[in-house]
Design a protein around this ligand. Structure first.
Ligand code: IMP
Length: 198
C-alpha cells in the first residue's frame, strides 16, 4: 500500500519511516519523489488541524494516493497560545529562526509564567474522501536565553517538562521520543495500523 508524505523535509520523512517501520507492507513516498504535485499549498486555516487537513487533502487529490501530512508549532501560555499556527513567521514575512527566537524572548522579558507547549497534528486522507487526524503535545517552559546545540526553530529556547536542557541540547533520538511530532506519530501508528491492514 502506497502512502504519500506531504512534506519535503528529509528529517520528517526519516522520523515517519522509523515509526511506521513495523508496517513493512507500507511504501512511504516523499512529496519530492512524486512528480506533478503543487509546490506550495495555501495553509489558510486557523488551526493546526485545519492546515494539516488542507495539505493532505490537496496532495491526495493531486496524486490519487493515501496522503499523510503534519502541521506543528509552539503555543505559549502567557501569550494566549501565540505564536501557534504563525510559529514559522512569528517575527514577520521573511524572518529567520533567530528573529523568531529574539521576538519570543522580548515578548516574555517581563513574564515569569514561562509555560509553553509544542503541538503537532497529523492528518490522513484517503482517495475516497475519508479523513482522520491525531495530535501530540509536548509540554515545557521557555528558557531565559538561547541554548544553542542541534535542532531547529524554537529548540534553543524550549525546555521539555522533566528535563533541565533545551530541545537543542538533547540527543536527537531523545527529542524524537518525547517531542510533539514523535508523540503524534506514535498516536498515528496506534490509531491507524488496523486501517492499513484492512
Ligand atoms: P512545521 O509545521 O513542522 O513546519 O513547523 C512550523 C514551525 O513551528 C517551525 O518553522 C518552527 O518554528 C516551529 N516548530 C515546529 N516543530 C518544532 C520543533 O520540534 N522544534 C522547534 N520548532 C518547531
Amino acid at each position: 500500500m502506497d502512502i504519500l508524505l506531504a512534506t519535503r523535509n528529509a528529517h520528517k520523512v526519516e522520523e515517519i519511516r522509523q515509526i511506521f517501520a513495523p508496517l513493512d507492507f507500507l511504501t512511504l513516498i516523499p512529496a519530492d519523489a512524486c512528480p506533478g504535485l503543487p509546490e506550495e499549498v495555501d495553509e489558510n486555516a486557523d488551526t493546526f488541524e485545519g492546515n494539516a487537513l488542507i495539505k493532505a487533502r490537496t496532495l491526495c487529490a493531486a496524486s490519487g494516493l493515501w496522503t499523510l501530512s503534519d502541521d506543528s508549532g509552539l503555543e505559549v501560555a502567557a501569550l494566549n497560545g501565540a505564536p501557534g499556527i504563525y510559529s514559522a513567521r512569528y517575527a514577520g514575512p521573511g524572518c529567520t529562526t533567530a528573529d523568531n527566537n529574539r521576538k519570543l524572548l522580548r515578548e516574555l522579558a517581563e513574564v515569569s509564567d514561562r509555560r509553553a507547549q509544542f503541538r503537532c497534528v497529523i492528518a490522513l486522507c484517503a482517495p475516497d474522501g475519508r479523513e482522520w487526524t491525531v495530535q501530540g503535545i509536548c509540554p515545557g517552559t521557555i528558557a531565559r536565553e538561547c541554548h544553542v546545540g542541534g535542532g531547529f526553530g524554537y529548540d534553543p529556547l524550549f525546555i521539555p517538562d522533566g528535563y533541565d536542557r533545551t530541545f537543542a541540547e538533547l540527543d536527537p533520538a531523545e527529542k524524537n521520543r518525547i517531542s510533539h511530532r514523535g508523540r503524534a506519530l506514535q498516536n498515528a501508528f496506534a490509531a491507524w495500523r488496523d486501517l492499513f491492514t484492512q
